[in-house]
Design a protein around this ligand. Structure first.
Ligand code: MN
Ligand code: MN
Length: 337
């Protein structure tokens, strides 16, 4: 459009977009500066602005399952706002993810904040609906409770999926204050429900005190291998990638990233911080390794902006989402899609 001053296409609400290979991309930052206009993820189009789409980035603003600091309900808006500086070309992966695939911001799945059972059903229904349009979902939480309904939707589509779970915490506890569904239990429930492939799943970045050694033996029985945070110095990101690829192989894999897998120095804005975690650089390198795998869906959860300074955590989370989408794009490109 042309505004009264004669500047063409400068209205941020109807801004020109970077288009490549038939896909509608980001708002053109050479026309509308990055700090102007609405904050969809990476300033990508909304789902209703395109006809066909490959990847939907969707928010789940829900944090009624937390056990310590609340606030992750504001995570989706914060990660979107922190994603304005993401540019079209990813040199580390050598891919233009938004040209290789049609990626959109599909808005938020609304979940009941007062009834966790209802909220889990809402997230399940919302994810199932979105999977009717998009072949892949990348979800921004929200607390980790939402991984359970997301895995239910994934398993309906793909059967049991290999889960690679980045977190300081196991999240395979049984109950807390008598509650079966909290952000500390999604992977126990998912394993019990047969949603995960017990021969292909693992945790990465585990650290910090546990209740007892049975936490670890229970976890192993539920089908998880562990790469502990303390192993990073010995095997490095490359070594972890090799262990992930050896465990997952060609199974459909779902990646769940609790941002507290990062050290609090790299992610202060989260609800249950633990010292001794990964660096952002290590995590991004590991996520890039998923370009070799059949990555069918992902989430990035537990960003709580009230504890975030200078968008440190929001920026890290936005880059993790970008690398996840890049890995999907790279794999699709490799297969000629
Ligand atoms: Mn955690
Ligand atoms: Mn978690």
């Amino acid at each position: 459009m042309t505004d009264p001053s004669g500047r063409a296409d400068s209205n941020p609400w109807s801004a020109p977009r970077v288009e490549a290979q038939g896909h509608v991309g980001q708002v053109d930052a050479t026309v509308v500066p990055r700090f102007a206009g609405p904050s969809t993820f990476a300033r990508l189009p909304r789902a209703d602005e395109v006809s066909d789409l490959d990847v939907a980035v969707v928010g789940v603003p829900f944090d009624s399952g937390v056990t310590y600091r609340p606030g992750a309900r504001f995570g989706p808006a914060h990660v979107r706002e922190s994603s304005r500086l993401l540019r079209p070309y990813n040199p580390a992966a050598d891919i233009e993810p938004f040209a290789a695939l049609q990626v959109v911001d599909a808005g938020d799945i609304v979940a009941n904040p007062f009834d966790i059972g209802a909220a889990i059903q809402h997230v399940h229904d919302g994810a199932r609906q979105m999977l009717e349009r998009a072949s892949r979902l990348v979800t921004i939480g929200g607390d980790h409770t939402i991984a359970l309904p997301l895995l239910r939707a994934m398993a309906e589509r793909h059967g049991p999926v290999a889960v690679v779970h980045f977190d300081a915490h196991l999240d395979t506890w049984d109950t807390y204050f008598g509650a079966d569904y909290t952000h500390g239990t999604p992977f126990r429930r998912a394993s019990e429900e047969g949603l995960i492939d017990r021969s292909g799943s693992m945790h990465v970045g585990i650290r910090g005190p546990l209740y007892s050694t049975s936490d670890l033996s229970d976890d192993a029985e539920l089908g998880f291998h562990i790469v502990h945070s303390r192993e990073m110095d010995d095997i490095g990101a490359r070594g972890v990638i090799e262990r992930i690829q050896a465990r997952v192989q060609e199974r459909p894999v779902y990646v769940s990233v609790d941002i507290d897998v990062l050290d609090p120095a790299f992610a202060p804005g989260t609800g249950t911080p633990e010292s001794g975690g990964l660096s952002s650089r290590e995590l991004l390198a590991m996520v890039r390794g998923f370009a070799q795998l059949d990555l069918v869906g992902a989430d990035v959860v537990e960003v709580a902006p009230a504890y975030d300074h200078a968008q440190i955590t929001g920026i890290a989370a936005s880059h993790v989402v970008y690398e996840l989408v890049s890995a999907m794009a790279k794999r699709a490109r490799g297969k000629g899609a």
